[in-house]
Ligand binder design. Structure first.
Ligand code: FES
Length: 323
């Protein structure tokens, strides 16, 4: 269950491959499209094995005034990117109007933007907007290779030497400590990328003694320490046991089994989908959220069902107040 969702019918207008394994899908949305800021998201109904599920993607402004999303094809897709990659012009789905939980503050004297892989989608919009309004910024962009970097040419044109590229296949690594040390006192850092990148940025930011309020981040919820494997979860006090496929989240499996769940971000950020772990009978929990602290993850008492998984085996969980 998600609250305050303004769902609209949407029709695919165009599909374009904008980098290696990255497709931009431009859509026409029913009704007037409200203006949206960089960092905004839309929720999309995707069909996974005949079941409706919701996935969240960053909104990209297009020259035509339509809304677009850029989606990377994941080898271990839980079904969302596979569905988006199956879309062709004329296909229909449902989407929500943009909402923003990763907003620019507009108060900083300088902005450091860091993008990892497809995490560039919100950072690209922020870089464009900040550059257009004459703000002081630097953007760091890391990915597996230059070919895997969407929006690269446009960013080069707009940012010039304010853009630093770190393609891993050229052996270039980001020196986070040096980047943070070079920032003026009133600077803010915005980062979107995989969990490992986010944790490294958070650690370097804290070690530099920078205020937590000036670091803003967003993470992909679908990358963990371990490969996706099937596992089983029994819901205490319910006659429900779910078998979670490698391409499926625990949240989707629970909803599919008729367990009423409350959730929101589906990226491991808000904690609304958390379930209590009463018993872990085998395997480990691969915590993929940024909601719980490292200590809480170590205790293994709860997990965010939208992104976190078991490496194998079975657990007994409590979904609390949910029916
Ligand atoms: S829905 Fe937000 S953490 Fe799972």
């Amino acid at each position: 269950m998600r609250m305050n969702m303004d769902w609209r019918r949407a029709q695919v207008y165009s599909v374009e491959e904008i980098a290696e394994d990255v497709r931009k899908v431009e859509v026409d949305i029913e009704g007037p499209l409200p203006p949206f800021d960089p960092g905004s998201h839309t929720n999309v109904i995707v069909m996974i094995d005949g079941q409706r599920a919701v996935r969240t993607y960053t909104c990209i402004q297009t020259a035509s005034g339509r809304l677009a999303i850029a989606v990377k094809r994941h080898a271990n897709s839980r079904g969302g990117s596979r569905f988006i990659w199956s879309l062709n012009p004329g296909d229909r789905t449902e989407m929500t109007v943009p909402e923003n939980r990763f907003e620019l503050s507009w108060r900083a004297e300088h902005y450091l933007l860091i993008a990892g892989g497809i995490g560039v989608t919100p950072i690209y919009g922020m870089a464009k907007t900040l550059a257009q309004s004459g703000q002081s910024l630097r953007m760091i962009y890391g990915a597996s290779s230059l070919a895997a970097m969407p929006f690269l040419n446009e960013l080069r044109e707009r940012l010039g030497d304010r853009l630093a590229l770190f393609p891993a296949d050229q052996g270039r690594a980001i020196n986070l400590e040096a980047e943070i040390a070079a920032l003026p006192e009133g600077a803010e850092l915005y980062v979107c990328g995989p969990l490992g990148m986010l944790n490294a940025v958070k650690q370097a930011w804290a070690q530099a003694g920078r205020p937590v309020s000036r670091l803003r981040y967003e993470v992909f919820g679908d990358n963990g320490k371990f490969a996706e494997t099937p596992f089983e979860v029994a819901v205490a006090n319910r006659d429900v046991t779910v078998h979670v496929r490698p391409d499926q989240s625990l949240l989707d499996a629970l909803i599919g089994a008729g367990v009423e769940m409350i959730y929101d971000c589906q990226r491991g950020e808000c904690g609304l989908c958390a379930v209590k772990i009463l018993e872990l009978q085998d395997g480990m929990v691969d915590h993929r959220d940024v909601f719980f602290s490292e200590e809480e993850k170590h205790e293994n008492r709860s997990m965010c069902s939208c992104v976190s998984r078991l490496t194998a085996g079975r657990a007994v969980i409590d979904v609390g107040y949910r029916l």
